[in-house]
Design a protein around this ligand. Structure first.
Ligand SMILES: C[S@@+](CC[C@H](N)C(=O)[O-])C[C@H]1O[C@@H](n2cnc3c(N)ncnc32)[C@H](O)[C@@H]1O
Length: 269
């Protein structure tokens, strides 16, 4: 699939998740039954219930970390959340920036933006907004944000170089990003790599961790720090849908690791 086709798969998948959650008016199917590809996000994500600003209707269980924990967001900051989904991390960021700050969420899936706006209307925040747009080409001005956060999204973006140069462009000099994302140690087997479900489920679009950090560096960021790293173990029954016995054996020997990481870096003043 070419990059545009991959993006359509992602939009279709997350559009369904948003619509389903609107219909159910409850936690998305993904938290409980694993409809996001073959993986349950509950295996990947962190628990938000104790996090200040957590809003149950915005938490569709689609994250792979808690980027706000290490983002060093301060009261009054201007924060951008990439791939904001139903607004989960935006509302957590709003609890930190307060009345004086501003939070913007960007997502390219229309139904997610609708769900996030509906959640925001219920909360009554006037300094939280949601913008529909592609992270590779953000309809946002240069040097606008103190902090950019993102949770389990950049692995879904085909051109990560473009994404990180866009992140660099919109951050103020002296600002920073902190993202939770899925990365690889080693290479995924071909059959896992080319599967659309695995792509939309955040696995097969992931980059190798060293390539990822190189992209961050090439975009112009300084002092990358990996704050947290957690292995995501794909269950044997899921793997055997994609790999035959020999491939499965080779995969185990290869010791490819799939990890969720939370990483931050700075843009010099
Ligand atoms: C795994 S979900 C995570 C949602 C949210 N960050 C959370 O933790 O609940 C990925 C989200 O990223 C959005 N997304 C993926 N690729 C994108 C892109 N290129 N531009 C904008 N949004 C994108 C999807 O529409 C989806 O809402």
């Amino acid at each position: 699939m070419n990059p545009n086709e991959l993006k359509l798969v992602v939009q279709e998948k997350y559009g369904q998740i948003a619509k389903q959650s609107i219909l159910q008016e409850s936690v998305s199917c993904c938290g409980s039954s694993g409809c996001c590809g073959e993986l349950e996000f509950s295996m990947i994500g962190d628990e938000y219930t104790e996090v200040k600003g957590h809003n149950v209707e915005a938490d569709l269980g689609l994250g792979c970390g808690i980027p706000t924990q290490f983002a060093d967001i301060k009261e009054g900051d201007s924060v951008l959340d990439l791939g904001s989904g139903a607004g989960n991390d935006c509302f957590v960021a709003r609890a930190i920036v307060g009345e004086r700050g501003k939070v913007t969420g960007i997502d390219f899936t229309e139904a997610m933006i609708e769900k996030a706006c509906a959640n925001n209307a219920k909360l009554g925040y006037t300094n939280v907004e949601f913008v529909q747009g592609d992270i590779e080409e953000m309809p946002l001005p240069d040097n606008q944000f103190d902090v950019v956060i993102s949770n389990c999204v950049l692995n879904l973006v085909p051109d990560k170089q473009k994404a990180f140069s866009e992140i660099f462009r919109v951050i103020k000099p002296g600002g920073r990003f902190c993202v939770s994302d899925v990365v690889l140690l080693g290479d995924l087997p071909q059959n896992l790599q080319k599967d659309a479900e695995m792509y939309a489920g955040c696995v097969s679009g992931a980059s190798r961790i060293d390539d990822y950090l190189e992209i961050v560096h090439q975009a112009g960021f300084q002092q990358p720090i990996i704050h947290k790293k957690k292995e995501i173990v794909i269950p044997q029954d899921v793997l055997s849908k994609y790999l035959n016995a020999d491939e499965l054996e080779a995969y185990k020997l290869q010791q490819t690791g799939i990890y969720s990481i939370t990483v931050s870096a700075h843009k010099n003043s």
